[in-house]
Design a protein around this ligand. Structure first.
Ligand code: SF4
Length: 231
């Protein structure tokens, strides 16, 4: 059963070119220190959950106002019930975007094959050698590479994205990620912004990458990826 820990009823920024609602699942298999959603990741911070029928009553009532539903988290692909949940959303006529950390390539493939997702945003946490350090837990890199491959070979809309955090990641790490996703359509570099809800409070004093470094990365990464977005 999928556990839902939050709902944003209206967003203009979470689903490219679409008005959307965002559903946040509760639970994640990683522990990225810079994550802002500790209430969706760390069980000791979990709050209330929203019932599935409440979500569908809401979606039913907004069909004329919202085009897409973003499923974010937390990590949606840890829930076996995700497929049936998305099927119900698709039955209402919505486009679906999935935000994922890419640790479940089998499920990604199934969702794509069954045409249940219209857009996937996959986080690439770090260069391969630093992955577990940045993800804060053990990670099977074969699965991450498999998910990358699935997206590269799919015909759906997708983006890869990385949070730029100074001291933890370097310019060269990001270039290595560019090489890992070579041939991708889109790669978004999101600058870290500190907040009160970080998983690791010690990260609060860190910063994102300076603008000139981001611009240099953008130029360099054009060797590997068609479109680079700075966020
Ligand atoms: S940023 Fe990391 S810890 Fe937070 S939800 Fe995403 S994968 Fe999980």
């Amino acid at each position: 059963m999928i556990k839902i820990g939050g709902l944003h009823k209206f967003s203009l920024i979470d689903f490219p070119s679409r008005i959307s609602a965002v559903i946040f699942v509760q639970g994640c298999n990683l522990r990225c220190p810079y994550c802002h959603n500790r209430h969706l990741v760390l069980p000791e911070y979990f709050g209330y959950t929203i019932g599935v029928e409440e979500i569908f009553n809401f979606l039913e009532s907004r069909k004329k106002m919202i085009e897409g539903v973003v499923i974010s988290g937390g990590e949606p692909t840890i829930f076996e019930g995700l497929v049936d949940f998305i099927k119900r959303i698709k039955d209402l006529g919505y486009l679906v975007k999935l935000d994922t950390n890419g640790t479940n390539p089998e499920l990604l493939k199934r969702l794509i094959n069954e045409k249940l997702v219209d857009y996937i945003a996959m986080d690439i946490k770090a260069s391969a050698g630093k992955y577990e350090y940045i993800a804060g837990s053990s990670v099977n890199m074969d699965k991450i590479r498999k998910s990358i491959e699935i997206l590269l070979q799919s015909d759906i809309e997708y983006e890869f994205r990385t949070t730029l955090i100074k001291d933890l990641l370097t310019y060269n790490d990001i270039i290595k990620i560019g090489q890992m996703i070579k041939g991708a359509k889109r790669y978004a570099l999101q600058n870290f912004v500190p907040s009160e809800n970080l998983i690791n409070k010690e990260i609060k004093s860190k910063t994102g990458f300076p603008q000139d470094e981001r611009e240099r990365l953008k130029k360099r990464l054009k060797n590997y990826v068609k479109e680079i977005i700075l966020r």
